[in-house]
Design a protein around this ligand. Structure first.
Ligand code: SDX
Length: 374
């Protein structure tokens, strides 16, 4: 293959963005210039969502308005609720999320308006309704009654409430909120690039987010947090971990939750999420997954110099919180809607159709023969 071909667009800079950057000087992911760890320590998810969408942290009044807008948009239409009720119970919740956003696009009065203001309004609707749609499916497939959202609960609290009927203690909610902050945005990852590519034909935000959800589902991207849990369940006990990971490496298997296209010496989000995973494990009095986590991580770093990515600690954290494994990537969705939306708005503002070239390696020119001669 020619050196001119940048397979997987590896190392190719395709555009500019002002939304986020991994800053080597502070070894951190930054949103609009603020370190993600700093935001986790000092803000809640709604403040960070506001920052990513509006370029500045909100003051009290701006935050109140934003929070109110989100809470007022939570209600689902009858049509969307009926679509969710009719979905096969075995559907993957990522497909439920994808379909729900697509249905929202059919119903939204502003679907074809790609102005920044309309896109912000549509973002709020998609952001507020997607968790409600997912939680409704979570309950329905277990044969339980849907729980309506509550306006006096934060984004994170409300998600727990709609899934489980109660809000857990505040340290658990904080750990969940932190995971949402860390998942909210990560520059030109594959799902965001998908969203920007769809947007570049001047298509609409619902279509772009629908495509982004499909892209996030794959196990090389967001789907990895579910795969991490499947791996930990296969390992079962800390005593099995060393043998399991050594075998996996002998067999040249891809170990989920490790490696990253951009980070080569560690994902800057991992230490923060690892800390909160530890807090949740302590509250739940269940250290088994932490032990497995540490053993597998040590071998991957010692033998392969491959470090964990953010999906490695979020997987077992969500498990300990009580979520079904196939809901881990949908949780990533409810957060990343913010990053995708900011990128869609940025793409519209500075749009150039995304259309790369390919080196052709197919047949030489040939003539069509008559069907009787083929
Ligand atoms: C996310 O881009 C983003 O920002 C994404 C994300 C976000 O916030 O949006 O950070 C979220 O998607 C995190 C990534 C989740 N995916 C996984 O955990 C799946 C497992 N990881 C890998 O498959 C892999 O590391 C990727 C897909 C994440 C990155 O792939 P690259 O950059 O194409 O690298 P590669 O697969 O070509 O690997 C390079 C080498 C190979 O060895 P060699 O052939 O050179 O000898 O590293 C090895 C790989 O075999 N390698 C691994 C490995 N990851 C890389 N070997 C074993 N297990 C792994 N996980």
């Amino acid at each position: 293959m020619s050196d001119d071909i940048k397979k997987g667009l590896m190392g190719v800079i395709v555009d500019e963005t002002s939304i986020s950057k991994v800053m080597p000087e502070i070894n951190s992911l930054t949103y609009r210039g603020y370190a993600a760890q700093d935001l986790c320590a000092n803000c809640n998810f709604e403040e960070v969502a506001y920052l990513i969408l509006n370029k500045e942290l909100p003051n009290k009044k701006q935050l109140l308005k934003f929070v109110k807008q989100e809470r007022n948009e939570r209600k689902l239409s009858k049509t969307l609720l009926n679509v969710i009720k009719e979905m096969p119970k075995k559907s993957h919740p990522m497909d439920v999320a994808r379909t729900a956003v697509s249905v929202m696009g059919l119903e939204d009065k502003e679907t074809t308006d790609n102005s920044p203001d309309a896109n912000l309004r549509k973002t709020m609707r998609i952001f507020a309704k997607t968790p409600v749609a997912l939680a409704a499916f979570y309950r329905l497939r277990k044969g339980k009654k849907i729980i309506s959202p509550k306006k006096n609960l934060s984004f994170a609290e409300n998600f727990f409430y709609m899934c489980f009927g109660k809000v857990p203690q505040k340290d658990i909610v904080k750990a969940f909120d932190v995971s949402l902050i860390l998942y909210a945005e990560h520059s030109f990852n594959v799902s965001t690039f998908t969203a920007r590519t769809i947007t570049s034909s001047l298509s609409d935000i619902h279509g772009a987010i629908t495509g982004a959800i499909a892209s996030l589902k794959g196990p090389l991207h967001g789907g990895a947090n579910e795969e991490v849990m499947h791996m930990m369940n296969k390992i079962k006990r800390p005593e099995n971990a060393l043998k399991w990971i050594n075998n996996a490496l002998e067999n040249k298997s891809v170990v989920m939750g490790f490696g990253h296209r951009v980070y080569k010496s560690g994902d800057s989000r991992v230490p923060t999420m690892r800390e909160y995973f530890g807090k949740v494990a302590k509250i739940k009095k269940d250290k088994k997954f932490e032990k497995i986590y540490d053993i597998v991580e040590k071998v991957m770093i010692d033998r392969k110099n491959i470090h964990p990515n953010v999906d490695y600690p979020t997987g077992p954290t969500y498990h300990l919180m009580g979520f079904d494994t196939d809901f881990f990537t949908p949780i990533f969705v409810i957060s990343r809607i913010i990053g995708w939306s900011a990128h869609i708005i940025e793409q519209h503002a500075t749009n150039k159709l995304i259309r790369p070239l390919a080196a052709y390696n197919g047949s030489h020119y040939r003539k069509v023969s008559q069907i009787k001669d083929r």
